[in-house]
Design a binder for this molecule. Sequence first.
Ligand code: AKG
Length: 199
Amino acid sequence: MQQLTLFPESASTLPVNYYPEFLNKEEADELYQHCQELQWKQNQIRMLGKTMPVPRLECIYGDEGCDYLYSKSVLLKPLPWTDPLAQLRDRITVTAGYNFRIVIGNQYRSGQDSIGWHNDSEASMGFNPAIASVSLGSVRKFQIKPIGGKPTDFWLEHGSLLVMLPGCQSTHLHQVPKTNKVVGTRINLTFRPHVGGKR
Ligand SMILES: O=C(O)CCC(=O)C(=O)O
């Protein structure tokens, strides 16, 4: 039987900080409810000469004009902060010590929704961004590895916060792999800096 490693030992050597109970259950449930009302969309991505649907739903909220282009093909244009998302942003800043100007939501509707190995090194975030990731709903495996190295598995729980520290995006890759297990919906919110837009 697979062991659920909620707090992997090797995590201490990774450029991440993990807060498994950042939100209590009531707060996490309330935020999950709020996230149901966000404007989710299945975008199209261009890869290897083909256009295909992104294998998850996405949304973006943030400061005016902080557009986010990734994989040279998916352009996300932020809607204004909702009150709960702005409150969460400020709370993460107090805990983690970094400022954020956008939040990108990922909704994994089933085990077949995923995000493959990548780093988040878009120029719009500036040099060595810190990225803070809040997980809600079903637990999914999140893997992180040094480029060319072995992955560490995190099982990101409802209400947890994982902060990828400055430098992480240059040295490490991360993913949420597909699974054939029956899993419910998971929502992930990644708070990010941005060097453009209106202040
Ligand atoms: O869903 C997650 O935990 C990771 C999301 C992610 O890798 C991303 O938005 O770049």
